[in-house]
Write a protein that binds this ligand. Sequence first.
Ligand SMILES: [Cu+2]
Length: 154
Amino acid sequence: MIARTSSVLALALGAVFVLPAANAFADKRHIVVTAVEPKGGVSVEKEPFPGPLPEGGGYVLKKPDDKGRWEVAVYLFEPRQIFVDEGDEVTLEFVGINGASHPTTIEAYGQVFELKRGHVHKVTFTADKPGRHSIICSAHQPTMTSELIVAPKK
Ligand SMILES: [Cu+2]
């Protein structure tokens, strides 16, 4: 009886000592974020040239060329929404694909940098601010904004 009690106690103590530390569930996250420009185009014979798009450098509407082809594009960060958990060690690896330059800000984490085409810019931080935070390219608004969503610890 005593032996059984002490082994139960040992198990219970063992359970206490293997409880994880507060940040043991934090993950290392590595997310590639590309600066891209999805594009579409057609000839005026098939589809008429549309009216103006909203203001801002994020929208591109090219008038029909000498063959009557017009094009529409937007600048975006891909992905548009990035989900992480509070406490995660996050690395965002930005890659410049389309567009010469993207002056980029992640205000919540004090990040300000210029992303150039053909370059990679990595930012690393602990996601310690639950909520929705903007990743903004000031040159290509209103389209080139992604959301960094930090889910609070349960
Ligand atoms: Cu941009």
